[in-house]
Design a binder for this molecule. Structure first.
Ligand SMILES: C[S@@+](CC[C@H](N)C(=O)[O-])C[C@H]1O[C@@H](n2cnc3c(N)ncnc32)[C@H](O)[C@@H]1O
Length: 309
């Protein structure tokens, strides 16, 4: 099957869209049943309008029983695992530990959550995600119910960058915030909204790790520029001029530092509150430098080995 990848989102083109493809396990959980099953983990009541119908359309194009449905919603399915590992590794090299409190902005189908939830202490994983469908599929197929009851992650279903906030432990600040492939889909207005809201949950110890498409990234030249766009664009992407990104960050009293961490299609950067800009620089300086060609060679060698070549 041909797979077309737009930035971090893959769209399976050859539809296997039979009625069987809409097998019941691929259907989104109705808002009420998600509420009934996982209500104790939800910070706000589920709002039906947050369901993404685009996701359902894409999901039904995948073969029934294939994990590609909820994985394709956030990324090329083939690199779902690697990108999760890359995010987790970046966090780890940035000082992440089991006691860290993490906010995963746009956690999608829990690509990072499936690694971070078991790693973190109970209640320390929080997520904001507007797509109930993607999140419910992530819970069902990537994380499992037992882990939820063991680790008590918290989910906030909204598109307003409002973290979970109505349990005793909520409404507080985070040690780490991560937004992978979120600002690659926004106009400047939404970036401003995001930084304004999330800044309230940062202290001088918070490291905010994020990606955007900047000049030098493969698709930058072809994209709508974030300064000329407003709102959310998906699965297509927007590109940022790094000077605009830095200016908007500084409007919110945040320092902006580009990170030398590999990403196939985007650029990683860190945000720290202005008086703690040294923290962001320390994160950048402390990251290991990778020789991407060598990693690729190892992966190619392993593939050959697996094929018995
Ligand atoms: C490209 S996916 C990335 C998902 C996840 N960060 C990952 O790397 O697997 C973008 C995600 O952002 C979510 N999203 C859309 N609008 C959002 C908003 N206003 N706030 C937070 N997330 C949003 C989408 O539903 C989707 O899950």
């Amino acid at each position: 099957m041909a797979v077309r990848c737009l930035s971090d989102v893959c769209v399976q083109r050859e539809a296997a869209a039979s009625s069987a493809a809409a097998a019941s396990w691929q259907q989104p959980l109705a808002a009420e049943s998600f509420q009934r099953r996982y209500g104790m983990l939800l910070a706000q009541p589920v709002d039906n309008h947050t369901q993404s119908t685009a996701w359902i359309r894409e999901a039904t194009k995948h073969a029934p029983g294939s994990p590609a449905h909820h994985r394709a919603y956030v990324a090329p399915p083939a690199s779902y695992g690697e990108m999760g590992a890359s995010m987790f590794s970046l966090l780890y090299f940035a000082g992440f530990n089991t006691a860290s409190r993490l906010l995963d902005v746009g956690c999608g189908s829990l690509r990072l959550g499936r690694l971070a939830i078991p790693f973190l202490d109970s209640t320390n994983y929080h997520c904001i995600e507007p797509s109930l469908s993607a999140l419910a599929a992530g819970v069902q197929h990537e994380v499992g119910h037992d882990l939820l009851r063991l680790k008590w992650p918290a989910f906030a279903l909204n598109a307003d960058f409002q973290p979970p906030r109505d349990r005793q432990t909520y409404g507080e600040t985070y040690d780490y915030i991560i937004a992978q492939s979120i600002f690659s889909h926004v106009g400047e207005d939404l970036l401003r909204l995001a930084l304004g809201r999330l800044r309230q949950h940062m202290t001088s110890r918070t490291v905010f790790l994020a990606t955007a498409i900047l000049p030098g990234d493969p698709s930058w030249g072809e994209l709508a520029k974030a300064e000329e766009y407003s709102g959310w664009l998906y699965p297509a992407c927007t590109g940022f001029d790094p000077r605009r990104l830095e200016t908007i960050a500084s409007e919110h009293d945040l320092a902006f530092v580009v990170l030398p961490w590999p990403h196939e299609r985007q650029t990683w950067f860190a945000l720290c509150v202005r008086e703690a800009d040294a923290l962001c620089r320390r994160v950048a300086d402390g990251l290991p430098r990778f020789d991407e060609k060598r990693i690729l060679n190892v992966q190619v060698a392993l593939t050959h080995l697996a094929r018995g070549a």
